[in-house]
Design a protein around this ligand. Structure first.
Ligand SMILES: [Zn+2]
Length: 346
């Protein structure tokens, strides 16, 4: 069957291959769609990624939606269920966090990840897995279930923000999101679902991004955070851009929480006043933290958030659907792209 594969750390080696059904376990899943994200592009550019042991090539794809084709044994899942496979596997040791089901917080870094690090991904027509690796998606979400994985990232971010906020009296009113890509827009959605006043910053002055932000009842800003000076209780940084990170670190409110979700690339040097930054953080009780990946609790929170969202708004996030045979088109940036998905079933 067809799969989109790559030779990890070899630039532009992506191609369609004929492969055996990957994975193991009592569930056979038929792949429906996979979302494309920045991590996939980095893997294709040869910057990142690792094939499973004994393999030269890695099947791509970690933002997946599929349907249970066959299932055996005693499990709450049934044939025909819509499912999302979780990306990260706990390390084999396992560390205390992985042993507690919090593999997203793995301490020793020996975890594996589907489509990224040491495990085949889901850009393939069929794959096998174990029932406990799947999250059931209500039929009402349909293809919007492909947004569960990126939403799980922001569900974890918001969960951790709230846990940090609970250190003292916390009555957040205003949230600021930098970057109106899929992660930023989903972070804004979850902020609005919490009843917060949400401000989203991005570079595009026109097009679908401001429309999507306004449709959430949030405010859209072009330019630097420093220019607007919104006194935000919560800042979700979703660009990974050095100058934006510096802006949010130096401009957050007293007792503010800054959550960093974007992965930066090296080489962007800036001269910054560390002493001033330290003074701001200490004298204002600020918290700056990073977050990555998600565990089952966050996937389930993501399903819940997507069910409560306006379905027509979610549908507008998926701006292009490309057939597997035309996968290269999915990886090219086009104007007004938000989330591009590859259709595995077409
Ligand atoms: Zn671990």
């Amino acid at each position: 069957m067809r799969a989109l594969t790559v030779a990890p750390c070899v630039a532009d080696s992506a191609r369609l291959d004929d492969v055996e059904i990957p994975g193991e376990g009592s569930v056979l899943v038929r792949g429906l769609v996979v979302g494309v994200c920045g991590t996939d592009r980095e893997i294709i550019e040869g910057e990142y990624g690792k094939a499973p042991a004994g393999h030269d090539r890695l099947i791509l794809g970690h933002e997946a939606l599929g349907r249970v084709e066959e299932i055996a044994g005693d499990t709450p899942l049934h044939g025909g269920d819509l499912v999302v496979p979780m990306v990260r596997h706990p390390d084999p040791v396992p560390c205390a966090s992985c042993a507690a089901g919090e593999w997203d917080m793995c301490r020793n870094g020996q975890f594996t990840e589907h489509g990224i690090l040491g495990r085949h991904g889901f850009a393939v027509e069929y794959y096998r897995t174990h029932p406990h690796r799947l999250v059931r998606v209500p039929e009402s979400l349909g293809l919007l279930g492909v947004l569960v994985e990126p939403t799980s990232i922001v569900a974890k971010a918001w969960e951790h923000i709230e846990r940090i906020g609970a250190r003292a009296l916390w009555e957040p009113r205003r949230a600021l999101v930098t970057g109106a890509g899929p992660i930023g827009l989903l972070a804004a959605l979850l902020g609005r679902q919490r009843g917060l006043e949400v401000h989203v910053f991005d570079r595009d002055p026109t097009g679908i991004k401001p429309e999507l932000v306004h449709a959430l009842g949030a405010q859209y800003h072009v330019g630097a955070v420093a220019d607007v000076g919104a006194d935000a209780d919560v800042i979700l940084e979703c660009t990974g851009a050095s100058s934006v990170i510096w802006d949010v670190l130096s401009r957050n409110a007293r007792s503010g929480i800054v959550c960093l979700t974007g992965v930066s690339h090296g080489g962007h040097r800036m001269s910054v006043d560390v002493a001033q930054l330290n003074r701001n953080i200490v004298l204002e009780n600020d918290v700056v933290f990073g977050t990555v990946n998600a565990n089952r609790r966050h996937y389930e929170a993501a399903v819940d958030a997507l069910e409560r969202a306006e379905q027509s708004w979610l549908a507008r996030l998926i701006t292009r659907k490309v057939r597997l045979a035309e996968w290269a088109r999915a990886l090219r940036d086009e104007p007004d792209d938000v989330k591009v998905v590859i259709d595995l079933a077409a």
